[in-house]
Design a protein around this ligand. Structure first.
Ligand code: ZN
Length: 218
């Protein structure tokens, strides 16, 4: 992850910590999932009697349970004491999700930026917000919007922008088998939507050509 704002204010005494956010599916029945996975594999004509595959249904069940469970995190915000009013941007945050139509993975990166209002967010939390909405059956359009909407509501910044680029294995490994293709989605809110200058800056940093080194804060 690279970020426009290099200093992370973790540890600030005035930090406001909210309780951990739990969004895991309420009940996961691993035994039932394992039985169902075995039934699926058998129905597909696969041999489960071999030593190599005898534990595959259990592994499948655990793998899907893990991919559908975001790690809980505490939303930590800090007062914007310095009055920092420029773009805060975290680039290339990992996106790992499952398409809700095929339950196949789609993976890629998200660029998440905001224009601070009265509070700022610990930078690592931007990645956690992406994970929070990724670890569930998704479509990329909704995932992009949910990340933006959540930041807009919880952080109350002056602007939020999310650009996501991902490869969908349901499109690259099956169907049209468009290997190497990727899908780009974006959601812009507040100043990023309404102010042409802010919008242009955000889009140039997330979707434009590589930046010149002199543009960074380091
Ligand atoms: Zn799909």
């Amino acid at each position: 992850m690279t970020a426009q704002l290099e200093s992370c204010p973790a540890g600030t005494a005035a930090a406001r910590v909210r309780p951990p956010v739990h969004l895991a599916p309420a009940r996961v029945d691993l035994d039932a999932a394992e039985r169902a996975a075995a039934a699926l594999l058998r129905a597909l004509g696969l041999p489960l009697g071999t030593e190599a595959m005898s534990r595959t249904p259990a592994r499948m069940a655990r793998a899907y349970a893990e991919m559908l469970a975001p790690r809980p995190f505490a939303l930590t915000t800090f007062p914007n004491d310095e009055g920092y009013d420029e773009l805060v941007l975290a680039r290339s945050l990992p996106v790992q999700s499952l398409c809700e139509h095929h339950m196949l993975p789609f993976t890629g990166v998200a660029h998440v930026g905001y224009l601070p209002g009265e509070r700022i967010l610990g930078l690592s939390k931007l990645a956690r917000v992406v994970e929070k909405f990724s670890r569930r059956p998704q479509v990329q359009e909704r995932l992009t919007k949910q990340v933006a909407d959540w930041l807009w509501t919880e952080l109350r910044p002056r602007g939020v922008g999310v650009v996501m680029e991902a490869e969908h294995t349901c499109m690259t490994l099956r169907g049209v088998r468009a290997a190497g293709s990727s899908t780009v989605t974006s959601t812009l809110l507040g100043a990023f939507r309404e102010d042409p200058r802010s919008r242009a800056e955000f889009l140039a940093l997330t979707t434009g050509p590589a930046r010149s080194p002199g543009h960074r804060h380091d």
